[in-house]
Design a protein around this ligand. Structure first.
Ligand code: FAD
Length: 565
């Protein structure tokens, strides 16, 4: 097997990965970015509505980073680590200014200041945007910036597994996707910036590449996931394709209506209405549909028509185009059909405020792959782009500090690397058994049906036993394509392995938490229970068993209070 060596490896070429790589590279360390797609095709590029930021002299005169932190803490149903949320708010203005100076052309107000729009759960409007293609604008600017640095890019390379010596990371194995040839990357530090896991659910706004590989790799290496039971569902995915209709639409004034033409959010969130946080709006839509006030097929309408054609086409161009091209609906004339779909993962690799994992020396994580935790039980819209950049940067700086004293492991662990590759190749060797696609589809349906928006013990236990069965079935998994050239089926099977590991952890943690908080809503335990559950779940995967422990939530200023909107 080929071997190469770097001071640090960043897995992931989205916003978090590129920002971390930037910090490491400018400090003169030898760093590589491994990404299974060309970096600008990462899911960050599909982010639409914007990036939250308090900008001194540019924000509402009544606003303050404290309010931003408070909104984030309350939005996250008090499971947020408040020191992390404070850092996020404090650094938000600076990061937007940096991205602006690197070439992101934010929309402007008539007087030249950076424009803002409201997003769900905000006391004052704070979301900065580039039309409704904000992620694309940020990622292209950042990629251009890092392209000038001394970073080796391994694009269309697939990271398989971490290699460690006892508790210390010594490298990872990755494969070139064009040839299926593996390489052992020796390194002192790995930053997991592998993004989310939406493909685990039958309905998701995520890209097909969001398969939770980083969570799987971290779990198998013995690192914990924090709060894995918290999965966000976005209320407005286009029916039936599940393409996201950004929260920006409601931020600009769009209204949700049922089949009677009623603005039903008046019932569920009398003050914040359509701009209540996502967990609340998603449950409201499902309730309307269940009680017979949805449209056939199970959706409601998102009405933009009163905003006017010119405004819609300028501010919400992507929403307009998606509705027209994928649902045949002209949003300037009639409501867009929408329903909830999986959107974001609040859980993630357990790291502290510096991006350092607690379990393995040399493992770091940033972006959606990590759980710092700034989002707690429910992320506020436009806080994720912000997190990728703020904590991508913090994590990069942490790695630089770590490298200044880390020494290279003398262990070569070639056997470990070979074992990883042999296991992976096994899918291409068998001719019979179960096709990976069968397992994948069943898994996605199971997660959607049983560990979705509304949860209860019976449903989740049914889901868990199905997941256990699917994991058994997957041992005899095969792929029909036996070629070595761009064998996408093979890599899909590897992704599925990560998804199966993650699913087991999510199901166990969700059954274990006997309360409702944020996106984890249990019909059998409908209340939040701060006495017993104001704590983070810490979950390890030991073979086929999930081991659950807890960590306290860091509270600096804001004691839990009722979450009403
Ligand atoms: C449709 C949509 C709209 C959104 N809109 C907004 C918004 O307006 N505002 C907001 O704040 N948030 C938004 N979000 C959320 C936000 O975009 C993401 O959480 C964030 O961009 C994730 O960035 P990341 O850098 O962590 O990961 P990503 O951008 O997802 O990048 C992950 C990277 O990891 C690589 N990778 C993964 N697995 C492997 C592997 N095994 N081997 C090698 N490479 C691997 C991929 O190639 C990719 O480069 C949106 C999300 C979606 C899906």
């Amino acid at each position: 097997m080929d071997k190469t060596s770097y001071d640090a490896i960043v897995v992931g070429g989205g916003l978090a990965g590129l920002m971390a790589a930037h910090e490491i590279a400018v400090s003169g360390y030898k760093v590589a970015v491994i990404s299974k797609v060309f970096p600008t095709r990462s899911h960050s590029s599909s982010a639409e509505g914007g990036i939250a930021a308090y900008i001194q002299g540019n924000s509402d005169p009544n606003d303050d980073p404290q309010y931003m932190t408070y909104d984030t803490v309350k939005g996250g149903d008090y499971l947020v680590d408040q020191d992390a949320a404070e850092l996020l708010s404090m650094k938000s203005g600076e990061i937007v200014r940096i991205m602006e100076s690197w070439g992101t052309l934010f929309n402007r107000q008539p007087d030249g200041r950076v424009a803002v729009r409201y997003f769900g759960g905000q006391t004052y409007p704070r979301t900065r945007f580039v039309g409704d293609k904000t992620g694309m604008a940020l990622l292209h600017a950042l990629f251009q910036r890092v392209s000038g640095l001394n970073i080796d890019f391994y694009n269309e390379w697939f990271a398989l597994d971490l290699i460690r010596n006892d508790k210390k990371i010594v490298g990872l194995v990755a494969m070139e996707m064009k040839s299926m040839e593996p390489t052992f990357f020796k390194t002192k530090a790995v930053v997991m910036a592998t993004g989310g896991m939406g493909m685990l659910y039958a309905h998701s706004t995520n890209a097909y590449i969001n398969t939770g590989d980083g969570y799987g790799m971290a779990l198998r290496a013995g690192a914990a996931l924090k709060d894995p039971e918290f999965v966000q569902f976005h209320p407005t995915a286009l029916y039936p394709s599940d393409i996201l209709i950004s929260e920006a639409a409601r931020g600009e004034g769009a209204i949700l209506k049922n089949n009677k033409g009623e603005r039903f959010m008046t019932k569920y969130a009398p003050k914040k209405l359509d701009l209540a946080p996502r967990d609340i709006v998603s449950r409201s839509i499902i309730t309307e549909v269940k009680e017979g006030r949805g449209f056939p097929g199970g959706y409601v309408g998102l009405d933009l028509t009163h905003l006017g054609e010119e405004y819609i086409k300028e501010r919400l161009a992507l929403a307009y185009e998606a509705a027209l091209n994928f649902a045949g609906v002209d949003a300037t004339k009639e409501p867009i059909p929408v329903r909830p779909a999986q959107h974001y993962y609040m859980g993630g690799i357990d790291v502290d405020i510096t991006g350092t994992n607690y379990d393995l020396i040399g493992l770091f994580a940033a972006g959606e792959a990590a759980c710092v935790s700034v989002h707690g039980a429910n992320r506020l819209g436009s806080n994720s782009l912000l997190e990728t950049l703020v904590f991508g940067r913090e994590t990069g700086k942490t790695v630089v500090k770590f490298l200044s004293s880390a020494n290279e492991s003398s262990e070569s662990l070639d056997k470990e690397a070979e074992k990883i590759v042999d296991e992976a190749y096994s899918f291409t060797k068998s001719e019979s058994g179960v096709h990976f696609g069968v397992v994948l589809n069943k898994l996605r349906e199971t997660m959607w049906e049983n560990i979705g928006i509304f949860r209860d013990e019976n449903g989740m236990k049914t889901g868990l036993s199905e997941i256990i069965k699917l994991r058994e079935m997957a041992k005899n998994m095969y792929v029909t394509d036996k070629s070595k050239t761009y064998n996408t089926e093979f890599f899909n099977a590897l992704e599925l392995r990560n998804m199966l590991d993650l699913a087991l952890v999510i199901a166990n943690a969700a059954i274990n938490r006997t309360e409702s908080r944020g996106a984890h809503y249990r019909t059998d335990y409908p209340e939040r229970d701060d006495k017993n559950w104001l704590k983070h779940t810490i979950a390890y995967l030991r073979g086929n068993t999930v081991e659950i422990g807890y960590k306290p939530v860091k509270i600096t200023k804001w004691q839990p209070e009722a979450r009403v909107y």
